[in-house]
Design a protein around this ligand. Structure first.
Ligand code: HPA
Ligand code: ZN
Length: 315
């Protein structure tokens, strides 16, 4: 039995398996530029973050209706439950859908159909985190936040994703200030491909409570010391790091060293359809001693946005 755990770094659009992509394409009359599922899988050969993002955004074209978003999320939750996930904090990228003429209502209500039933259907509690695309403008992010206002009872927090280098956190200072004033929790991708300064900036300027990836913090010992001292969680994604070439191979992954340094790391799948495995596959790929795996599972609940410590310990 896989260890009970929380998944805190998961892009719902990154759970789109080729079989579902073709089923939705057929249902919606969308033409995909791939002959079959093997042709899509053959495209999972990435050089870096951008080469992945190109395919990730391309395949989203099949997501059109509330039912599509509900089917996507329900398929993820079923797989996650089978891998021991008891709590999932799910990212979504509304700008990528709004740009295609799909409304915020369609996206949020569709996802909510599956997330709202997840506890009874799959035994997985959920939270929804809305991400801004950092390679789009700050104005677009602010417009997106405003468009989400009617749905804030469904949305726990905001995040920042997409192409990192050249798009420092400071660009989104006002958006994050507004999000905080609206009562939203704050996370951001930082230090995946971008420098350690982006991690520092995400903490200082955006006020994030958790850092997604954060790997490159290791280049700055003072930053590591701060993350340890302040118990700032890092949501690490080992298979993603290898597939996007942030790390040469799993044997060279710094996660064990990060735990040794006292960092509050968690293990997550990021975009499991694209990177070769769901969360327990990531756990197993690391080949860690049992005690280390238990530490990671414990960290995943501690780092979550579950309401209180009692709730976290009960998992
Ligand atoms: N990094 C940045 N943006 C993303 C990712 C990622 O790993 N996955 C989906 N959007
Ligand atoms: Zn990510």
């Amino acid at each position: 039995m896989p260890l009970p755990k929380a998944e805190l770094h998961l892009h719902i659009e990154g759970t789109l398996e080729p079989e579902l992509a073709f089923a939705l394409a057929a249902r919606n009359g969308v033409e995909l530029p791939y002959a079959d599922t093997d042709a899509i899988r053959a495209a999972y050969d990435f050089d870096d973050l951008q080469s992945f993002l190109n395919l990730y955004y391309e395949l989203m074209a099949v997501l059109r209706t509330e039912r599509d978003f509900a089917d996507l999320a329900d398929a993820y939750l079923a797989r996650a439950a089978a891998q021991g996930v008891r709590h999932a904090e799910v990212f979504f990228d509304p700008q990528a859908h709004l740009a295609r003429g799909v409304s915020m209502e369609t996206v949020v209500e569709g996802l909510w159909r599956a997330l709202g039933e997840s506890e009874t259907r799959h035994g997985v509690s959920t939270r929804l985190i809305m991400c801004f695309l950092r390679d789009e403008s700050a104005e677009s992010a602010m417009d997106t936040l405003m468009a989400a206002k009617p749905y804030l009872d469904r949305i726990t927090g905001v995040g920042l994703d997409s192409a990192e280098v050249g798009h420092p956190p400071v660009k989104f200072r006002e958006v994050y200030e507004t999000a905080a004033a609206l009562g939203l929790r704050r996370v951001a991708h930082a230090g995946e491909e971008g420098p350690p300064e982006y991690v520092t900036e995400a903490l200082d300027v955006l006020g994030v409570e958790r850092v997604d990836h954060g790997l490159r913090c290791l280049e700055d010992p003072a930053l590591v010391a701060r993350l340890v001292r302040d118990r700032i969680p890092l949501t690490v994604c080992p298979l993603s790091n290898v597939r996007l070439r942030a790390v040469p191979d799993l044997a060279a992954h710094p996660l064990p060293a990060m735990l040794d340094a006292g960092l509050l790391c968690t293990v997550n799948s990021d975009d499991p359809a694209y990177f070769g495995g769901y969360v327990d596959d990531n756990f197993r790929a690391l080949n860690l001693p049992e005690e280390r795996q238990r530490e990671l599972a414990r960290n995943s609940f501690l780092a979550s946005f579950l309401e209180d410590d009692e709730e976290k310990r009960a998992r």
